[in-house]
Ligand binder design. Structure first.
Ligand code: FAD
Ligand code: NAD
Length: 323
């Protein structure tokens, strides 16, 4: 069996790795210049800054086992900083017993270790699909890839909809508006904030999250760095707002929350168009075509989050191997 996987985020990578271990021939196609998708960190200020996924939890026994393997390999570590909540104009400590993990030294590290280079086409955006006895994929630069028995689209539903123009019966099943956007801002400060908070769940105003990036294990600590996320509603309403304005709002909100001046030495912005699921209870599961050998998967199948991306990849591989 020859399988093509479009998308080398955690779901696509996990799916392909399980298939390869079972002797299946796998080819990945990824539009970015590196794997990891929404777990990618940005090369910045002499290190990497996590602008997408901030941490992950592990609740499913199989994923817990995977996380332990990554931890033994030094690719992830627990992040043990003090958690706060900002609500009703108050910043309050909000400790809990949840174990939160981060990739080491960047969020993408467990995904970029041991990736089989030869089987992955990077900088390769698939723009067209055709099926006649087998799958034929066309990339944006005109390259063609043929001869695949099975196709897995491990991408957000809106991107899958754009690709699935031939009749698979999946168009109608793909949920619309399931993944919402998120503006992310990173700030490098010229003067460190003294407050002990490592992370803040923000429950008012335009933000939903603030993290002292330099409090994560394995990160650079010379200058304090913060990562701030705007909530989905604000990000949607301000989807085209200029980066400078968002950075200014983020710095001002951080200063208000911590009641300390925030002196920005440098900054960076990233817009994620498909970030978080609108309603984690909406879980369509793996989408499988009745008409053609094709699956559509991603974190969104099971409610979003890193753990669910891994579980979706695992489930898709099992579906292909066991039918
Ligand atoms: P993705 O990582 O989106 O992978 C899809 C891949 O497909 C991408 O690499 C993309 O480039 C590629 N692709 C798309 N279209 C094409 C095409 N036509 N051709 C080729 N390649 C294509 N989760 C948590 O558990 N904890 C968090 O703290 C957390 N915070 C987050 C914060 C932000 C800002 C964001 C954006 C996400 C966050 N998440 C968090 C969610 C987490 O990142 C995702 O659940 C997980 O990474 C999704 O993996 P995936 O493989 O399903 O999808
Ligand atoms: P988790 O259990 O730490 O968080 C789940 C949710 O519970 C949080 O969003 C928060 O609202 C709340 N929460 C947890 N601990 C808290 C505390 N000590 N004080 C106050 N509130 C607390 O982790 P999870 O279930 O693995 O969820 C992953 C996280 O990733 C969530 O926070 C989710 O919102 C976030 N996420 C963010 C985006 C984005 O676009 N910014 C995208 C996907 C996921």
């Amino acid at each position: 069996m020859k399988v093509a996987i479009i998308g080398a985020g955690l779901a696509g990578l996990r799916c392909g790795q399980v298939l390869q271990a079972a002797g299946v021939s796998v080819s990945w196609f990824e539009k970015s210049r590196a794997v990891a998708g929404r777990m990618s960190a940005k090369r910045l200020w002499g290190g990497h800054v996590d602008l997408g996924a901030q941490y992950f939890t592990a609740r499913n026994p199989a994923f817990i086992q995977q996380v332990h393997q990554w931890q033994q390999a030094g690719l992830v570590a627990p992040w043990l900083g003090s958690i706060y909540r900002y609500q009703d104009n108050h910043l309050v400590a909000s400790p809990d017993s949840e174990l939160r993990y981060v990739g080491m030294p960047a969020m993408h590290s467990p995904l970029r270790a041991n990736v089989p280079d030869t089987a992955i086409q990077l900088n390769c955006r698939i723009t067209e699909l055709q099926y006649t006895d087998n799958w034929q994929l066309t990339a944006s630069d005109g390259s063609q890839f043929t001869g695949f028995d099975q196709l897995v689209l491990a991408i957000p539903p809106a991107q899958a909809r754009n690709l699935l123009t031939i009749d698979t019966g999946l168009q109608q099943q793909l949920p619309s508006q399931l993944l919402l956007p998120c503006h992310a801002v990173a700030l490098q400060l010229s003067q460190a904030i003294s407050h002990e908070a490592a992370a803040i769940f923000v429950r008012q105003g335009p933000l939903c999250w603030a993290a002292r990036h330099s409090s994560k294990p394995g990160r650079l600590t010379e200058h304090q760095q913060w990562v701030l996320h705007f909530n989905a509603g604000y990000s949607q309403q301000h989807v085209d707002t200029a980066a400078e304005q968002l950075i200014s709002v983020a710095a001002s909100e951080l200063s208000t929350m911590l009641a300390e001046p925030v002196q920005v030495k440098d900054s960076c912005h990233h817009r994620w168009l498909y970030a978080s699921v609108a309603n984690p209870a909406e879980q369509p599961g793996l989408l499988k075509s009745d008409q053609l050998p094709c699956l559509v998967i991603g974190d969104w199948c099971f409610g979003g989050r890193v753990e669910n991306a891994w579980l979706a990849g695992q489930a898709a591989a099992e579906e292909l191997l066991n039918g």
